[in-house]
Design a protein around this ligand. Structure first.
Ligand code: R5P
Length: 307
């Protein structure tokens, strides 16, 4: 097994390597003077089972790094190349819902396959159906066990798990089943990208502790709307959690001012120090990814991770 890392989230790659007790392979990633990316794998990968860890979060150069690393590994005669993409950026662009728009998720899936990946591992894809965009095997992991372990240690009864929109309902049900709470839902409208408007709260949240799980926090607008609506409906303590901490634009300012107990995110996307605030808790998915990599390498069942 060889583990390679792009530069999108090197701390997570280092944690995965430590969990597996496998050193990260030496890779040179440099820029030409004009910004063009150059990659070189500095160790022999011939006949090896190669895992390339790189989230496709912004900037788009992260995608190019991933593609170049896959290409380099294939051309160096790796036996198998697995793209480990903890956060699959562009996943939101999964359909043609307006005239003349691209389906970015499908395009990126095509690029990863065309570059030479033999399989993909990712965490909390924006929609489960994104797996079908790849004509190679996809191991879709959930960060849920990591968050459930954390919340299981707190006394949250009486608990309502609140889906921040219809799309998050399935995720909310998964949390409610494991943590033992009821389900509520925010009826949300999106008049424009990154603009979220709450229409109403469906379900009973009065006097209850509320947990709002989501796959991502981008500008924080969805969570602000959800928290305000829950407070207006008499919620007690509110906990916010999301797998992918994109935290762009006004997100930190908005989230740090929210009347919530904490905002928990995973480390699928690197959150730099300057975006930390006291109410932010970062839980690592390194062990989860390490176990998935280990099982794939040993041809064991990855779904056993969720049993
Ligand atoms: C929506 O479908 C997603 O699950 C997130 O709720 C959304 O993308 C978060 O974006 P923002 O933080 O900008 O509201």
């Amino acid at each position: 097994m060889m583990l390679l890392s792009g530069t999108a989230n090197q701390p997570l790659s280092a944690r995965i390597a430590a969990e597996l007790d496998v050193p990260l392979c030496c890779v040179t990633i440099e820029r030409f003077a004009d910004g063009e990316i150059f990659v070189r794998i500095d160790e022999n990968v011939r006949g090896r089972d190669v895992f390339i860890i790189q989230s496709t979060s912004a900037p788009a150069e992260n995608i190019m790094e991933l593609l170049l690393l896959i290409d380099a590994a294939q051309r160096a005669s790796a036996a198998r190349v697995t793209a480990v993409v903890p956060y699959f950026g562009y996943g939101r662009q999964d359909r043609k819902d307006q005239p003349r728009v691209a389906i970015g998720a499908k395009l990126l899936a095509n690029l990863i396959v065309e570059a030479g990946a033999d399989r993909v591992v990712s965490v909390d894809l924006h929609q489960h159906q994104l797996q079908a965009f790849f004509d190679i095997p996809v191991d879709h992991l959930y960060a849920l066990p990591v968050f459930v372990e954390h919340y299981g240690k707190l006394s949250l009864e009486p608990l309502a798990v609140v889906a921040s929109d219809v799309g998050a309902a399935k995720m909310a049900r998964g949390y409610a089943r494991r943590l033992g709470g009821e389900i509520a839902m925010i009826d949300k409208r999106r008049p424009a990208p990154n603009v979220a408007e709450v229409v109403s709260v469906v379900g009973d949240v009065e006097g209850k502790n509320c947990l709002i799980p989501d796959d991502m926090i981008d500008t924080g607008g969805t969570m602000v709307g959800a928290v305000e609506a829950l407070k207006e409906n008499g919620a007690r303590d509110i906990y916010v959690c999301a797998t992918h901490a994109l935290l762009s634009g006004p997100a930190v300012e908005r989230l740090s001012a929210l009347p919530v107990k904490e905002v928990a995110v995973s480390d699928t996307v690197h959150v730099p120090e300057e975006k930390h605030w006291p109410g932010l808790r970062i839980l690592s998915v390194a062990e989860l990814l390490a176990r998935a990599i280990h099982y794939i390498h040993d041809n064991e069942s990855v779904s056993s991770l969720f049993e």
